[in-house]
Design a protein around this ligand. Structure first.
Ligand SMILES: *Cc1c(COP(=O)(O)O)cnc(C)c1O
Length: 475
């Protein structure tokens, strides 16, 4: 299996070659040359498999430059009951992504039982093991530089801690994260994890990452890499739980299901789109946004109108606060019949700060055939939904999951089970839970008191030069 860029300008690459990089050199995103198909016989066999074995089957369809036995070791090591142990009482952690039924035909698929209590662990944990494996094979090292406002940074650190050949430099805005988030990241004592609190906002952190990455000489010398959401292996790992959720919510492979996904950078739901392209019987993909409704607008109208960072709302489902959806280009590539010239043309406008409009093109008619519908949820909706699910089912959901539940209810189909992807645990967004329910969400026992553990963090002004000096000193 080779990988091509959505903008067409590269010779096809192997999986291991694109694993450590981000964007393709032509500015596009990597996708497989074609989507491998799943036969009826395979689907029947897969229904019975535990998560790690199902993951291996799917990974093998996409990765042909890592021997199968090594891939098996990596998958077995990643998807363990121990790593994904923070499941809801009554659920079985061995399921890795347990299904909770809220009402007949309406389910939650728990993706947030990993070390940082958000769904990004599902993919990032695999990435950590893949990085370590490929770097060792190639006798290389990498220094991952990232910026975070919360979820991504902690998921990356917990995935990369202790990994040979990998060092993480993670910038976060000083004093802007919750005490719980700070404790999660800064209490890590691993030598290869370096937390840097920047005296500024999240945007300042991101600007520093860009400035450092734009210094080609520095970047090459210190082998600077990234683990952002456009990384293909992250999307790949996310395909697995669509299959797992399908098997958990149905009895036979003649049934169809719908998924509802709280979306930000379009990474999670892009994996659902790919699962559907592989032949998984998905009737509907429900794309839920919060107040930042760039994608909802596109699926309703055919107009993609990214906002500036200044026009991005700060909401109570903060991991969906995006101005442009970095993985969206992957879906549009398929929508326009995989014609890189069309994608180049559309993104020429986007990259120049503009928008594009597919209303008068043949593509708008094709949109429906991909199964997408969409909707939006606001802070008020979130509170109502959290309260409603708590009162009716005694299940506490987080703010992002609430957005997906709200929009899922607007798109139910008779006889088709709805599976809502649960992307975080309520404790991460305690303030809004308090507002909705008047009580504090519980947390796993082992995480009680993490706020008082010793913390390791370097505080510095928002200057790229200072960050570079620190990287140079540590390497
Ligand atoms: C990252 C994140 C999302 C958004 O996922 P995308 O892949 O960016 O669409 C939703 N919910 C939570 C809790 C997240 O951390």
């Amino acid at each position: 299996m080779k990988y091509i860029s959505t903008r067409g300008g590269d010779t096809p690459q192997s999986f291991s070659d694109i694993l450590l990089g981000g964007l393709a050199p032509d500015g596009g995103l990597y996708l497989p040359e074609q989507y491998p198909q799943v036969s009826a016989a395979e689907l029947a066999e897969w229904r019975e498999l535990p998560y790690h074995a199902l993951a291996l089957r799917i990974l093998q369809k996409y990765i042909d430059d890592i021997p199968a036995c090594d891939l098996k070791t990596l998958s077995d090591r990643t998807y363990t009951e121990h790593t994904y142990r923070w499941c809801r009482p009554g659920c079985d952690a061995a399921d890795i992504t347990p299904l909770t039924t809220l009402s007949p035909g309406f389910h939650l698929l728990e993706l947030s039982n990993g070390p940082t209590l958000a769904f990004k662990d599902m993919a990032m944990q695999l990435l950590g093991n893949l990085f370590e494996y490929v770097l060792a094979k190639r006798e290389e090292t990498i220094n991952i530089l990232g910026a975070t406002s919360g979820d991504t940074g902690s998921a990356a650190e917990y995935a990369m801690r202790g990994k040979k050949g990998v060092r993480v430099f993670m910038l976060s805005p000083h004093g802007k994260m919750s005490a719980f988030q700070r404790a999660q990241m800064y209490s890590l004592q691993d030598e290869n994890i370096v937390n840097i609190a920047i005296e500024g906002m999240f945007d300042d952190c991101q600007d520093i990452v860009k400035a450092v990455s734009n210094d080609a000489e520095f970047k090459a010398r210190y082998k600077i890499g990234a683990v952002n959401s456009i990384n293909w292996a992250r999307v790949l790992a996310q395909i697995v739980y669509y299959f797992k959720g399908y098997f958990a919510a149905t009895r036979s492979n003649n049934e169809r299901v719908a998924f509802s996904v709280p979306s930000g950078n379009f990474g999670n739901i892009c994996a659902g789109h790919i699962a559907r392209m592989m032949g998984l019987p998905i009737a509907r993909l429900v794309m839920a946004t919060n107040e930042n409704d760039v994608l909802d607008e596109f699926f309703r109208t055919g107009v993609y109108r990214p906002r500036g960072t200044a026009d991005t709302y700060v909401t109570s489902s903060p991991s969906m606060d995006i101005s442009k959806a970095s993985n969206f280009e992957r879906f549009v590539f398929d929508l326009v019949g995989r014609d890189p010239a069309v994608v180049r043309d559309l993104w020429k406008k986007v990259d120049a700060g503009g928008s594009f409009d597919l209303r008068d093109t043949p593509y708008i008619a094709k949109l429906a055939s991909f199964g997408f519908v969409s909707g939006k949820s606001t802070h008020a909706d979130r509170l109502v939904t959290i309260r409603d699910v708590w009162q009716k089912q005694q299940v506490m959901i987080d703010t992002h999951t609430a957005d997906a539940v709200k929009v899922a209810r607007e798109h139910l189909m008779a006889g088709v089970p709805m599976i809502v992807l649960e992307t975080a645990q309520p404790v991460k967004f305690a303030e809004t839970i308090q507002e909705a329910l008047g009580c504090e969400p519980g947390r796993p026992k082992e995480l009680e008191g993490i706020e008082s553990l010793p913390q390791r963090v370097e505080v510095m002004p928002a200057e790229a030069g200072r960050v570079k000096a620190l990287i140079a000193a540590r390497c």
